[in-house]
Every structure is written in C-alpha cells, then in structure tokens.
Design a protein around this ligand. Structure first.
Ligand code: IPD
Ligand code: CA
Length: 248
C-alpha cells in the first residue's frame, strides 16, 4: 500500500507544481458554461498524473474529470480530479487542489488531496489515521449544531443550484456559518482535519469526493454518498464529524 500512497503523493505534488507555476497567468479556456469553466490546464494536470501513475502501474486504469485511461473493468482504478476548484483557479482565488484516490474493486484504498498554494498534503490509506503534512488528523468533536461551521456546495448547473439552494437556506439559520469555497475535495479535507464540522452537496461527481471519502472516514467521521436518480453519474453527499446531528 505504501508504494501506492507514495506514488499518489508524488503525482499530486507534480500536478500541484504545474498548477502553482501557472497560477494567475493567462489561461486557455476550452469550454464555458453559465456556472462553470474548463481550462487547458485541467487537461495538462490530468495528463501529468496519468503518465506518472500508469507508467508506475501499467495494469491499472484511471477515471478522471478530464477523461479515462486504461481498461475500466480492471480491479485497480485511480479516481482523479486534477484541478478541483477550476473557477477559483481562473479567477486567481488561491483555493483549489489536486485529488487522487485508488479504488480496488469497490473499496477506496488510498486518498490524497493536495493544496499547492498552502502546501498542504492530506494523505491516507484504508484502516489508518490520515495525515496532514505527516501529522495525524481527526475530525472535530463539535456536537452542537448552533456552533458548527459547515460547507454547502452548489455544484455547477441550474439543476444542482436548485437542488442545493433550499438546503443552504435551511442550514444557514441552524449553524454558526455556512461556507461555499468552491472546491469539494478541499471541503472534505477540511472536515477530515476538523476545520469544518460537515460538508453537504447534491449533484457531485465521484472524482470530487473519492479521496476525501477515505480521509473523512479514517479521521473518525461519517460519509453518506447516494447516487442521484435524476442526474447521471452524480451523487448526493453528507460528510460530517459523525457526532453532529444536521437534522437533514
Ligand atoms: C467543482 C468544485 C465545486 C463543487 C462542484 C464541483 P471543479 O469541481 O468542487 O466546489 O461545488 O460540484 O464540480 O469543476 O472545480 O473541478
Ligand atoms: Ca472537481
């Protein structure tokens, strides 16, 4: 397992370096939607990660936000978001990350999330307490909802905004603060290390949450992920410290 984790960290650092070096430079925009952007650097970062992982593990497959590589029916599958927080990145907001998970059959074995601006690396493997820059982390122990700081994501389409907005409106009155920071993977990492007490989003993709899922659970929290019937390949997620009752 250590070899997988070391390689995942190396890939995350490599992609993170590329993102850091090009941050606040002119970006090539490949696609524009009302509430989303796709950049050339998303693809470049994924190519770098793919090359590194599949050169090291040629029999593995990769399932990423920017496409797939290798035989998707294989047992070992890397789940990759090369740049989570693309809109932040484009607008020069220093809050984005690289997220890499390894799934073996149906179980996530490795999870790595790297914030290249703050140089924060969360990394974990199944059955072990995850680490932030080498130090063990734990979810918060805050049980009182009125004291909680939580993240509610709105995702990126009119449909997901409509699904999340009523939740935000409800939660905002129940907790101390709701935050919408624009990177689901960092939201999960922040729950894992106790900065956030919970993170909720409807209409999220697997690459946004796969690494964070392992981190939160192994840091003592709970993660409830449910496939959406109404949105293809999208999920609803509630990740929390496991002691707070969100009253959902
Ligand atoms: C998005 C971010 C955002 C979340 C969206 C994601 P991207 O990922 O994680 O916080 O609300 O649901 O799609 O497009 O920046 O990789
Ligand atoms: Ca993403």
């Amino acid at each position: 397992m250590k070899h997988y984790l070391d390689t995942a960290e190396e890939a995350a650092r490599g992609a993170g370096k590329l993102l850091r070096q090009n941050f606040r430079r002119q970006q090539r925009v490949n696609a524009v939607a009302a509430h989303d952007l796709k950049l050339e650097i998303d693809i470049q970062a994924q190519e770098l990660i793919t090359k590194l992982l599949l050169e090291e593990f040629p029999e593995h497959a990769l399932y990423g936000e920017e496409g797939v590589a290798g035989d998707q029916s294989t047992e070992h599958q890397w789940i990759v978001d090369p740049l989570d927080g693309t809109v932040n990145y484009f607008y020069g907001i220093p809050h984005f990350c690289v997220s890499i998970a390894l799934r073996l059959r149906n179980e996530i074995m490795i999870g790595v999330i790297y914030d290249p601006i703050r140089e924060e690396m969360w990394s974990g493997q199944k059955g072990e307490v995850p680490k932030l820059n080498g130090h063990p982390v734990h979810v918060s122990d805050r049980a009182d909802l009125t004291e909680a700081v939580i993240s509610v994501g709105l995702a990126k389409t009119g449909e997901t905004i409509n699904a999340n907005f009523p939740l935000l409106q409800e939660m905002i009155h129940r907790v101390r603060k709701c935050r919408i920071l624009g990177s689901a993977a960092l939201d999960m990492a922040y729950v894992a290390c106790g900065r956030f007490d919970a993170y909720i989003e409807q209409g999220i993709s697997l690459w946004d949450i796969a690494a964070g899922w392992l981190l939160v659970e192994n840091a003592g929290g709970t993660v409830d992920v449910r496939p959406r019937d109404d949105m293809k390949d999208k999920y609803s997620i509630v990740a929390s410290n496991g002691v707070i009752d969100l009253k959902l």
